[in-house]
Every structure is written in structure tokens, then in C-alpha cells.
Design a protein around this ligand. Structure first.
Ligand code: URA
Length: 234
């Protein structure tokens, strides 16, 4: 429901006062003042009028997991362990994955019960970057830096990849930062040049880094600041 209607329906406000509060910049959504009457309100939004709490949402949950090798980024799989097997049974309820990593890719994976947050994260408009540490079997030729920055044509999807940033670390390892997440994108980009990726690890999504104290398979709740960091601006 639109924010102006949502506010107007509150018995303690009513339509007139709701309109005034909005126009005067006295309404905050998730900590930020908003004047956008048409903004959608979701169950997990925290809504305040002046300092009065109107809705606190029923407990959004946000976890970062250090995904280990050999598990599927899914909530159910008949053949393999899933990333949910890294959590205690009691912690899994209602969680879904905000993004995926391949079976043998390790690193930062986010889980939440807040669909608005995860949709915002994966929406191309918000261009959340993802950084991967790539280890290859063959030497990485330096001309890949320019080729990846220019974009590669993927015939299957009939598209050219967005400019990607390749930072060579040594002959067989590099950081690759993408603003999108096509199917097996990193492996396919290197594969185009006959280079096999033998290890792949995601260490950042946007401004959020994988907590270095988390061992493979371990997880922790995101802090409020971390959740806000990945929330799209209105
Ligand atoms: N690109 C890949 O090829 N695999 C991943 O898991 C993520 C990005």
C-alpha cells in the first residue's frame, strides 16, 4: 500500500494529519525522512512519525553466511546438502537466499526473511557490486583487464556483460568485481579466454565485506548498519 494511504488509515493520524506530516518531512521510513507519498509500505518497514513509532515490522532477520564448498544455494535439494544445513533447524524458518553461489564457490551469502530487502539487493537498478577472488589454472594475461572492462558478448543470452573490474594479484589470481550476476558468469568470462577457474570466493557485496572471523560454514546476524548499507535508497 502507498505510504500516504497507509498513514491516512492509521486511526491516530487520519488523512489530513497524515498528508501534513508527510509534506513537512516528519515521517521516517527505516530511519530516513521521506516525502514520497507514493512509496510502497512493506511489513518489515519501520515507520516513525516525529519520534513516535507507528510500525516496527515483525522481526526482519538478516544473516551473512560463509558458504562452504560442496553445498547448493537453495533451500531444498534432494541430492546435496544446501546452505540451510549450515544453520540450526530452529533458525531456518522463513529464510530465503538473497543471491546465489555455485556449488563449489565459497564466500559471502546473505539470507533473510525480508523479501523487499532481498529484491532491492538483486535489482539491476541498484547495481550492488560483487567482488570475487578468482584462482585460475592458467596464467591470466593482462589484456583481460581491458577485455572485461569493455564487456563480453554472451550469445546464449544475447547480451554484453556490464563493465567489470579485474585487479590482477599475481599470475593466477585476481579480484573480479561485477555489477550483475549472470549464470556462472565468472567462470564463463575466464572460460572465453581458455582459462579455467579452479577456486572462486566472494568476499564483498556492495559495501558489505565477509566477516573475516567467520570460518567456512559459520554465520552471524547482520548489524542494523549492515542491513541499511544494502538497502536501496528510496
Ligand atoms: N560466477 C560464477 O561463475 N560462479 C559463482 O558462484 C558466482 C559467480
Amino acid at each position: 500500500m502507498r505510504l500516504d494511504r497507509w498513514l491516512g488509515n492509521r486511526p491516530e493520524l487520519g488523512r489530513q494529519l497524515a498528508r501534513r506530516l508527510l509534506a513537512e518531512g516528519r515521517i521516517k521510513v527505516n530511519g530516513a525522512t521521506t516525502l514520497q507519498a507514493e512509496r510502497e509500505v512493506f511489513a518489515f518497514d519501520r515507520i516513525e512519525s516525529d519520534e513516535r513509532l507507528l510500525q516496527d515490522g515483525p522481526g526482519g532477520r538478516y544473516l551473512m553466511l560463509h558458504k562452504p564448498r560442496g553445498c547448493v544455494s537453495a533451500t531444498v535439494d534432494t541430492r546435496h546438502p544446501t546452505v540451510l544445513d549450515c544453520l540450526d533447524a530452529g533458525q531456518r524458518a522463513d529464510l530465503h537466499l538473497a543471491g546465489r553461489l555455485d556449488f563449489n564457490t565459497t564466500g559471502l551469502l546473505l539470507l533473510t526473511n525480508d523479501g523487499q530487502w532481498s529484491r532491492g539487493l538483486s535489482h539491476p537498478r541498484h547495481k550492488q557490486t560483487k567482488r570475487y577472488l578468482v584462482t585460475t589454472a592458467e596464467v591470466i594475461p593482462p589484456h583481460l583487464v581491458a577485455a572485461f572492462a569493455e564487456g563480453l558478448y554472451f550469445a546464449y543470452e544475447d547480451l554484453t556483460t556490464q563493465p567489470a573490474h579485474l585487479e590482477l594479484l599475481d599470475q593466477r589470481s585476481a579480484y573480479l568485481t561485477l555489477v550483475e550476476g549472470r549464470y556462472h558468469q565468472v567462470k564463463r568470462m575466464f572460460g572465453r579466454f581458455g582459462i579455467e577457474v579452479i577456486a572462486l570466493h566472494r568476499d564483498r557485496i556492495g559495501g558489505l565485506a565477509l566477516d573475516p572471523t567467520l570460518a567456512e560454514g559459520a554465520h552471524r546476524a547482520l548489524t542494523e548498519q549492515e542491513v541499511a548499507l544494502l538497502r536501496p535508497a528510496d
